[in-house]
Design a binder for this molecule. Structure first.
Ligand SMILES: Nc1ncnc2c1ncn2[C@@H]1O[C@H](COP(=O)(O)OP(=O)(O)OP(=O)(O)O)[C@@H](O)[C@H]1O
Length: 299
């Protein structure tokens, strides 16, 4: 488990992380969302033990990460700006990884070469931006990390490669309980792989949600009544958002679906449908609930 507790990080006098706490369960994929400058990279670098927080604690398996060599042998961080030694080929870089990561898997390295169709004898800097990103994943996944920390990882990858890499990540999570944190400014880019999502804004964690729980807890309903409905209808339900189109109400309601249905039925609606809700819509209403407009925070 990764545990971040009341972390504060300042650069000069500016608070870049301001009392951030979160927990990431072993074998889960956590999406860290936020706009440019929100503090995602700083938080990821703190979790990866690359920079040290000013206050609070960052622990993996209950041990501080900073300067913890044993933990770092099991953790790979792919930054948003990739770094490879100049003039190194993929093979030379793989040899370097082999020395650092004790669980390096050479067989996997060779298998992935066939699937990615990249020449391991080519200098990495001669590859295109997207190909360099593929190399970063190739090396990272062959290091067999228990913790994989990814900063805006899918930028510049074409959809086919993106899908392939996501499926490798999901496979490692399922088969060997790898724990993953992935940052993005775009919910749509990560929603298909994440189990939980946290939204960071101006150095503060605004919202943290388990996706299964979130999807089962919020419902969009379309309801109409024969006559004007009693005001108690709106008071008895936890309505996050409502609008009226003619005589039909569209409501976003939080709560257990069965209880929501039972409450609505008591008011004898003439129309009552539960409509599908996208994750983006759920976040729009959740963010409204905490007083923010999602378009100001995410793409
Ligand atoms: N080394 C540094 N020195 C001073 N300020 C920094 C440093 N690194 C980051 N910052 C500041 O911290 C804030 C958060 O930056 P960070 O890179 O963590 O954001 P981000 O959410 O990853 O943004 P982006 O999506 O643009 O990559 C920014 O205001 C940035 O200018």
């Amino acid at each position: 488990m990764i545990q971040v507790q009341n972390v504060v990080k300042k650069f000069d006098k500016d608070f870049v992380l301001n009392d951030v706490s979160l927990k990431i369960q072993k074998g889960s994929i956590y999406g860290l969302l936020g706009s440019n400058g929100a503090g995602k990279t700083t938080l990821l670098k703190t979790i990866a033990g690359i920079i040290k927080q000013n206050e609070g604690a960052v622990e993996i398996e209950r041990k501080p990460v900073f300067e913890n060599v044993a933990l770092k042998e099991r953790l790979v961080f792919i930054p948003d700006s990739l770094f490879f030694f100049s003039h190194y080929t993929v093979k030379q870089m793989a040899n370097f990884y082999m020395d650092i990561y004790p669980k390096w898997n050479q067989k996997r390295f060779e298998q992935m070469q066939q699937l990615l169709d990249l020449d391991p004898n080519r200098k990495i800097q001669r590859f295109s931006k997207g190909m360099q990103r593929q190399v970063a994943f190739w090396l990272a996944l062959c290091a067999m990390p228990d913790y994989l920390i990814l900063d805006e990882p899918f930028d510049g990858l074409d959809p086919v490669i993106r899908r392939k890499i996501k499926s490798w990540i999901i496979q490692d999570v399922a088969e060997r309980e790898m724990t993953v944190i992935v940052s993005s400014h775009n919910l749509n880019e990560v929603e298909d792989i994440c189990d939980a999502i946290g939204i960071i804004h101006r150095g503060k964690l605004l919202l943290e949600k388990d996706l299964d729980e979130l999807k089962s807890d919020i419902h969009k309903v379309q309801i109409a009544f024969k006559e004007e409905v009693d005001q108690t209808f709106f008071e008895e339900l936890d309505i996050l958002h409502q609008e009226k189109r003619g005589s039909v109400y569209i409501c976003i309601i939080r709560g257990d679906v069965q209880q929501v249905e039972e409450t609505i039925e008591q008011f004898n609606p003439v129309v009552f449908d539960i409509l599908p809700l996208t994750l983006e819509e759920i976040f729009i209403y959740e963010m409204e609930g905490v007083g923010y407009a999602i378009e100001n925070i995410l793409l």
